[in-house]
Design a protein around this ligand. Structure first.
Ligand code: IVH
Length: 672
């Protein structure tokens, strides 16, 4: 390929990928398989590497981030970023409508939209290219977080169609709830505190210095407002719809996410609909925004110091109910963290019956003065577990007594400790406190760790109570004679369990490292450490300084590792696991593993995987005699399905009767 040809191909691929991105993220209607998309992206990456002079700074390959910003620059907004005045009742909306009509001396068309609960962003485009993304800041100046915003897939880097030369578009960046929940699960698995809500989480992520980390986080962005001197229409709704054609993710009127309303009754109907349906959305909203559609009228209405007179937010009441708090109990997690739990009189909230709610920690109980016997307000946010947000003091029983937070572990009686700077109390008896021991073992066998078939959390507790296992290494010394006499342990389940234990010895080193439960070492950190140190031995010998030198390993993680290996019992345990045959080194030749086990099989890969990149999976398929194909057909043998696989693909596989296999199934297949 000569230079001219490379240039042409780079442009062609960039355009094609941009189109696919748009269909995937904005229209939710992809026309190529994920695999084909990846292949195009890889081709572009390779060409850009060979011919860096043609690599566009806004190329679709730039989504992966990589730029690190030490401190974000403060930049003045061209148009101040105002807020909205809030309303909480129909009367207030009626007053708003009356004011508008009086000032304009006529009735007007409104546009109703959802009020997304995320982080406000103003993005400027020049000549069809993303130029700068600023946070709201104090309204007149904000932080330049362009590098991080560029990693959000639904934010176009380059526009299509008849866009104005320069304009600003505003919107809200947020975590889809499914992504937020997974983020918290991962944090919990790494022994970290859960994040309180999706909005704070999004705000924290956007302020991260390493854009490559932001790129992995799957933030999303909805746009709701265009500003500029040369906009195509003089109306908000029409400009928004048009911005969709330039490549922006704007609300879809066919899904009722935005609606033109000719009077207040129609506005109320929109509000009522979303007040009821909001729990079905995969993102948080806290109300509805009502805007005057026509720019001339907007101009006439003007602004107060803080907000436009042509728009108002109607805030939903949080989904909240009042119920009796019967008892406060305390849970002990695998790290020893104590979580107080409110056991409630069962009550219906946002479509589910709630019996328990989180009380967070001692400070929260003290701050709200929450007591057993109180009538409490319970609210549901982005979290699955609802929380207690207030107490009805008027209804407090006369004999009520302030809550005394426990001083000893409810499970093992050990005196609790509270480390500096942490909100949680801890039971320090990590080697003797039953839920901590079983919690550690449950983590060890979990799907993303050692994934031991035939062994679940309940069985772990059963085996622990029977005195057969006291730590994770004991799992590898279980035998048939010990297991058969136990309840629910027929010959078949025993064989299953022992086979599962044996098979787990092949689980690669990064997962073993995750499984042993070092504080703050989650899945991703374990992979990074494994890649850097290559063996448990090297990791164990690493000093604090050597640890923090590794990309993305901070003081907290380094301390977690050092204190883990400082403990003799941990060192002994790891040694035992090594003797028992677990993988303690990175197998860099994993891909060289060859067989003809998949001879004649054609396999489609779809979704995201825990242990392998899609490219590694392709290589593994080929190394084992199989063929990796791009799209499903009646000739496909297996669909290797990861997370986030589209429902359409799943249905197609089912319709064609194609067997779906997980990454774990696949790993077993090729290691058989
Ligand atoms: S319009 C000048 N539309 O709510 C008015 N804002 O409380 C510009 N928000 O700063 C804002 N959804 O961060 C508008 N559909 C929507 C919105 C929305 C969420 C946020 C935005 C704004 C804040 C005001």
């Amino acid at each position: 390929m000569d230079k001219a040809e490379a240039k042409r191909r780079i442009e062609e691929l960039s355009e094609e990928l941009r189109q696919h991105n748009y269909r995937y993220y904005q229209e939710d209607a992809p026309t190529v398989s994920d695999y084909d998309f990846d292949m195009l992206l890889k081709e572009l990456e390779a060409l850009e590497k060979e011919y860096p002079e043609f690599a566009d700074e806004n190329s679709p390959t730039k989504r992966v981030g990589g730029e690190v910003t030490k401190s974000f620059e403060t930049v003045k907004h061209k148009y101040p970023m105002l807020s909205l005045s809030n309303s909480y009742s129909r009367e207030e909306l009626e007053e708003f409508d009356e004011r508008v009509q009086k000032l304009l001396e006529r009735s007007v068309e409104y546009v109703c939209e959802l009020k997304y609960d995320g982080v406000a962003i103003g993005i400027t485009y020049k000549d069809g290219k993303i130029f700068r993304a600023l946070t709201r800041g104090d309204g007149s100046q904000g932080d330049d977080i362009t590098t991080n915003v560029k990693t959000i897939r639904s934010v176009p880097l380059k526009l299509q169609g008849d866009y104005p030369e320069e304009f600003e578009i505003r919107g809200e960046i947020f975590y889809p709830l499914s992504v937020f929940r997974k983020l918290n699960e991962d944090r919990e698995a790494a022994g970290e505190d859960r994040l309180a809500n999706p909005r704070n989480a999004a705000s924290g992520t956007l302020k991260m210095q390493d854009s490559a980390v932001v790129a992995e986080r799957k933030l999303d962005c909805f746009l709701y407002y265009v500003l500029g001197e040369e906009l195509p229409y003089k109306k908000h709704f029409e400009n928004m719809m048009h911005a969709g054609k330039w490549g922006f993710k704007v609300p879809n009127p066919n899904k009722d996410l935005i609606r033109k309303c000719s009077d207040l009754d129609e506005v109320f109907a929109f509000i009522d609909q979303w007040d009821q349906q909001r729990s079905e959305l995969n993102f948080e909203i806290d109300g509805v925004v009502i805007k005057v559609n026509d720019y001339d009228y907007q101009e006439e209405l003007g602004y107060t110091a803080k907000s436009p007179r042509w728009a108002i937010a109607y805030k939903f009441k949080a989904e909240q109910v009042e119920t009796r708090l019967n008892k406060i109990t305390y849970q002990v997690g695998r790290t020893g963290a104590i979580t107080p739990v409110a056991n409630l009189e069962p009550v219906l909230l946002a479509g589910t019956t709630v019996k328990r709610a989180s009380l967070h920690n001692a400070d929260q109980i003290e701050k709200l003065d929450i007591r057993e016997g109180d009538l409490v307000q319970v609210e549901k946010g982005g979290e699955i577990i609802p929380k207690v947000v207030g107490v009805n003091l008027k209804a407090r029983p006369s004999d009520s007594k302030p809550t005394e937070y426990i001083k000893h572990c409810p499970e093992c009686e050990t005196e609790l400790v509270r480390y500096e700077g942490e909100a949680q109390h801890y039971c320090p008896n990590s080697w003797g406190c039953p839920p901590q021991i079983t919690g550690k073992m449950a983590h060890f066998i979990s799907r993303k760790a050692m994934d031991i078939d035939g062994l679940g959390e309940e069985t772990i507790t059963q085996l622990f109570e029977a005195g057969l296992i006291k730590n994770i290494a004991d799992i590898y010394e279980l035998n048939k004679e010990d297991l058969l006499p136990l309840e629910r342990m027929a010959e078949k389940s025993v064989n299953n369990l022992l086979d599962g234990v044996e098979a787990s010895k092949q689980i690669p080193f990064p997962r073993v490292l995750f499984a042993i439960g070092i504080r703050y070492v989650g899945e991703t950190v374990a992979k990074k450490l494994a890649k850097h140190f290559k063996s448990m031995r090297a990791l164990r010998a690493a000093s604090f300084e050597e640890l923090v030198e590794v990309d993305e390993i901070g003081d907290k993680i380094a301390e977690g590792i050092i204190s883990f290996f400082n403990e003799e019992r941990n060192r002994e345990l790891v040694d035992r696991l090594a003797v028992l045959g677990l993988q303690m080194e990175l197998d860099e030749d994993a891909n060289a593993q060859q067989s003809d086990i998949l001879e004649g099989k054609s396999i489609v890969i779809s979704g995201v995987f825990q242990n392998h990149s899609r490219n590694e999976l392709k290589e593994l398929i080929e190394a084992n005699g199989g063929k990796n194909v791009g799209s499903l057909s009646s000739k496909t043998d297996y669909l290797l399905a990861g997370e986030n696989m589209g429902p359409a693909k799943k249905k197609k596989a089912e319709d064609l009767g194609i067997q779906m296999i997980s990454e774990a199934d696949f790993e077993k297949m090729i290691s058989a």
